[in-house]
Write a protein that binds this ligand. Sequence first.
Ligand SMILES: *[C@@H]1O[C@H](CO)[C@@H](O)[C@H](O)[C@H]1NC(C)=O
Ligand SMILES: *[C@@H]1O[C@H](CO)[C@@H](O)[C@H](O)[C@H]1NC(C)=O
Length: 269
Amino acid sequence: MMNTILSTAILALWAATSTVTATPVKPAPTTSSSSGGAPTYTALTPPEIKALQQELLLAPSYKDKEQVLFPPGPQFGSANNVSFQFVNRPTGLPGQDGSVIVGSVDSIPGLIGTNVAAAIGFIGPCGLNVPHLHPRANEFLTVVQGTLIGAFVLEVDAQFTDNNGVLPQVAMTLTNYTGMLFPKGSTHWQFNPTCEEAIFSAAFDNSDEGRFQVAQTFFSSQPDEVLTASLGNPTFLGPKNIDKLRNTIPAAFVVQVESCAKTCGIKTK
Ligand SMILES: *[C@@H]1O[C@H](CO)[C@@H](O)[C@H](O)[C@H]1NC(C)=O
Ligand SMILES: *[C@@H]1O[C@H](CO)[C@@H](O)[C@H](O)[C@H]1NC(C)=O
């Protein structure tokens, strides 16, 4: 009832102003505004990111941080300093089969003082987000397109390991907006077992979640005897071969699994 009266009154007012005064409607600013007057995102430059990080670190309270993030001026009202666009930026690393774009304090200074980071991952057909861990954050990863198998290794007492001392792993097929927890510090991976691209969205409970690739990290330990000893001095893997192995470890986050690529008819290098 009240709504009807109100909308009738508004309509009448609108009709009156538009017909009687015929004031031309002010065109919306075209520079940074669209979709209802709110500005669209503009990426910060590396020097802008650095400057913002430093200013925010000198702002103790969130009120102080607001002064830095949303200062008075022509741009006031824009949430640009707390926004980020996750775009597919191929880094050109050899053997790369997808990319993970992380929004953390490095790319979104506005996250300083929060316990939040996020990522969007584009995993190509047969792509493997190689075993890695986040030293400072739990992760909850949700698949928004395609299918991924997610897995992590458990932290258990020795009696639960199998005969070879292998720690147990838990896994899940994730599809259709299904998500899974990857606990802080646990070694985990995601694999796209299909011939179609998969896309995930991930949330972290630390604004500086960090990432260690397990193979890269392990084989970065020096000298070689440290590695051969911790591998049980296998006869087939002496210091010479360790060095060879080191050179084959990919730096790329996402690599292709060859048996799957063969099934999908994808030519591997
Ligand atoms: C983002 O923060 C910087 C540093 O305070 C400021 O110069 C700039 O105007 C801010 N951007 C917006 C859209 O408020
Ligand atoms: C995704 O889940 C919804 C809700 O259970 C279901 O209706 C839909 O059919 C599912 N889609 C696929 C592709 O599995």
